[in-house]
Design a protein around this ligand. Structure first.
Ligand SMILES: [Zn+2]
Length: 152
């Protein structure tokens, strides 16, 4: 039997690593707050940390239910951003496996939500920190597209 990644977790070598390993979903990160502000300014209203589809076990960071759009803000560390993810120097291989597993789950969830008729938008944390307005505009265009689709 293969053991789950979690059960093979190495012991934390520092409080910072420990905190990361506990895997508590970070809410209200700087990137989330920034994007929310931009979306609000564009007149969009949304729910936070909500499950778009009842039978898909997945919570999106921002959900615009009436237009069936959900937005994920993927932290550069936890979601394995190709530009910024660096595995901690201790237990490197475990971390690589853990993050690869997270990425697989992200893709699986996006696929299931899309199949249920949702538009899924994922941003890297760094994209928002670099240009939150551009990210918000992308969401806004998706909303307009949805509204346009509905009126045809
Ligand atoms: Zn990044």
């Amino acid at each position: 039997m293969t053991l789950s990644i979690r059960s093979r977790a190495p012991s934390a070598s520092s409080p910072r690593i420990r905190q990361r390993m506990q895997g508590v979903p970070r809410r209200d990160t700087a990137a989330e707050i920034l994007l929310r502000k931009c979306l609000f300014r564009l007149g969009l209203r949304y729910r936070l940390q909500s499950r778009p589809v009842a039978d898909v076990p997945c919570t999106a960071d921002i959900v615009l239910r009436s237009v069936r759009i959900c937005v994920f803000i993927d932290g550069c560390f936890w979601h394995g951003c190709p530009r910024h993810f660096r595995a901690p120097s201790s237990n490197k291989s475990w971390w690589k496996e853990k993050i690869a597993d997270n990425r697989m789950r992200d893709r699986r969830q996006s696929r299931r939500l899309r199949r249920s008729g949702w538009t899924v938008i994922r941003f890297w944390e760094h994209q928002i920190m670099n240009n939150a307005e551009a990210c918000a505009n992308r969401v806004f265009s998706a909303v307009r597209q949805r509204i346009g689709d509905g009126s045809r």
